[in-house]
Design a protein around this ligand. Structure first.
Ligand SMILES: [Zn+2]
Length: 146
């Protein structure tokens, strides 16, 4: 469960950077290509912050959308198209389980998506990930010392 070590890293960074300050709210930005379970991350943050003096801090997790760009023709596309391309490249129909429900192994899908992209327009595989891999403390709201 690497959500826990990430949560620990966030809490440690906050405590080190804002010693003796009251942290009211923290925004954490997580790209949707990150292989992270947001609920587990939230739970880990809430539990770890209780033991560290951040029990009143509100954690706001923002998931940022993935965007890909073709380095050859400049075409840009998002997650829905990326999943279509992945399906096409892997012929994911083969993995359909009973009842016609597609149940991909969600935990490694992000790396699959990154590994199996090609430009929807010119079909080149030379692509860049513009966003979707973020993992950062994006905003911190501090309160008055009291
Ligand atoms: Zn292209």
């Amino acid at each position: 469960m690497h959500e826990w070590s990430i949560a620990e890293g966030i809490v440690t960074a906050l405590l080190e950077s804002f010693k003796d300050q009251k942290i009211i709210e923290v925004e954490v930005r997580v790209g949707e290509l990150r292989d992270l379970n947001i609920d587990v991350l939230k739970e880990a943050l809430s539990i770890l912050s209780k033991d560290s003096g951040l029990e009143e801090t509100r954690f706001n997790i923002v998931v940022s959308k993935a965007f890909f760009k073709c380095l050859n023709c400049g075409e840009e596309w998002g997650m829905n198209k990326a999943l279509e391309i992945l399906n096409e490249m892997l012929e994911i129909e083969n993995y359909i389980v009973e009842e016609g429900e597609l149940e991909p192994p969600v935990h490694f899908i992000p790396s699959l998506i990154i590994g199996y992209q090609k430009c929807p327009k010119c079909k080149k595989v030379d692509i860049e990930i513009i966003s979707g891999k973020e993992l950062e403390i994006s905003k911190v709201y501090l309160g008055d010392e009291s």
